[in-house]
Write a protein that binds this ligand. Structure first.
Ligand code: SAH
Ligand code: SF4
Length: 356
């Protein structure tokens, strides 16, 4: 039998592409729709289970395409029901996916919001100094099927329906742009996962050219920028990407995005004690954010084993927020969930990977 690693992942194809592939196998185009229904509506996990397809075609399909079956090698849940999944891919690489239920404080007790935080790469090449994902460098891009499959597998294991997706797991999604866009279109498609584009958020450390490219795409996905520093001095101390795309360049791309999409964006701002949480940092953030239609999402730093950064006290966090508030900057603070299960991206994988 052929190894599945060399076959095209069925979850990485659009309806159109599958139609073309099936036509090449001498099949009518409508078969593509049937296959997609089995995968995304009925959620079967093999071609053999597609009982209304001719037996010969089922064999042909299984010889041409693979089913990404992500192996859940660890599942951790915390008290507040944030759940974290460590998946092993076909080549043995490990990635993390996190399921985050609604916060009653933000969305009310009755909210059924369930957000999935997905990975886009194995490791990360950007090496932000506070982040566990970048500590061991970058291994490879995920293909579109491996991104889509995270959604399908978590829905299968949890029995819950995801209604929000954030690309805030391991990796820099904008550095895997083609696969990212392919996965987003499959997740968004009426024949696919059927999730509205406005419920999909792409987070980036600030790759200005790709921000512009995304602005030129028709899909109304949301954009979050990992800012974490409001002056070049502070930002490049913790984010090496700032040397390539300094704040002035990044902000121009952000303005381009908001103008083209007629959308506001979100600045993510981790509060790290003594690094970016001083009153002058808050004042610099106010000046920066005023230049673009955006809101700020502050996140108290999540401690990573082996890194020396600290989370500021609640008093310091409140003082920082008060400055934004006084300047009427729309800002929230996410006292994030899952602190106890190493929910910051990349941490569970590091605990599980053999020491190198
Ligand atoms: N590479 C992309 C998306 C993945 S990181 C990006 O950087 O935006 C997703 C978010 O998690 C980013 O805002 C990142 O800065 C944040 N993050 C990384 N390590 C963290 C930590 N230890 N505590 C809190 N947030 C963290
Ligand atoms: Fe990569 Fe994002 Fe982590 Fe930076 S914060 S190392 S870009 S995953």
């Amino acid at each position: 039998m052929e190894s599945s690693a060399v076959l095209t992942s069925i979850h990485s194809l659009t309806l159109e592409e599958l139609g073309t592939r099936l036509a090449a196998l001498g099949q009518p185009k409508y078969r593509a729709k049937q296959v997609m229904q089995w995968i995304y509506e009925k959620r079967v996990k093999s071609f053999a289970a597609m009982s209304d397809l001719p037996a010969a075609l089922r064999v042909q399909l299984s010889e041409s395409f693979s089913f990404d079956d992500l192996a859940a090698i660890r599942v951790l849940g915390s008290d507040d029901t944030t759940r974290k999944y460590l998946f092993r891919l076909a080549d043995g690489a490990l990635i993390e996916t996190v399921l985050i239920p609604a916060s009653p404080a933000l969305y009310g007790e009755a909210s059924d919001r369930r957000t999935l935080c997905v990975s886009s790469q194995v490791g990360c090449a950007y090496g932000c100094k506070f982040c566990a994902s970048g500590l061991d460098g970058w291994s490879r891009n995920l293909n579109a099927g491996e991104i889509v499959s995270q959604v399908l597998r978590v829905e299968e294991i949890s029995g819950e329906r995801i209604n929000n997706i954030v690309f805030m797991g391991m990796g820099e999604p904008m550095a895997n742009f083609a696969n990212l866009m392919q996965a987003v279109s499959i997740i968004n498609a009426p024949w696919g996962v059927v999730l509205g584009a406005r419920r999909i958020t792409i987070s980036t450390s600030g790759l200005a050219p790709q921000i512009r490219e995304l602005a030129d795409q028709p899909l109304q996905v949301r954009l979050a920028i990992s800012l974490h520093g409001a002056t070049d001095e502070v930002r490049q101390q913790i984010m090496p990407v700032n040397r390539k795309y300094p704040l002035a360049v990044l902000m121009e791309a952000c303005v381009y995005y908001t103008e083209h999409k007629k959308q506001q964006l979100t600045f993510e701002y981790i509060l790290i004690e003594g690094i970016n949480d001083r009153p002058e940092d808050a004042a610099a953030l106010v000046r920066l954010v005023r230049k673009v239609r955006a809101k700020v999402n502050c996140i108290p730093y999540n401690i990573v084993d082996g890194l020396e950064w600290k989370r500021p006290s609640e008093e310091r966090q409140d003082a920082f927020m008060a400055i934004l508030d006084a300047a009427q900057i729309p800002a929230t603070i996410r006292r994030e969930k899952g602190h106890d299960i190493a929910a910051a991206c990349g941490q569970l994988r590091r605990q599980t990977m053999p020491a190198q």
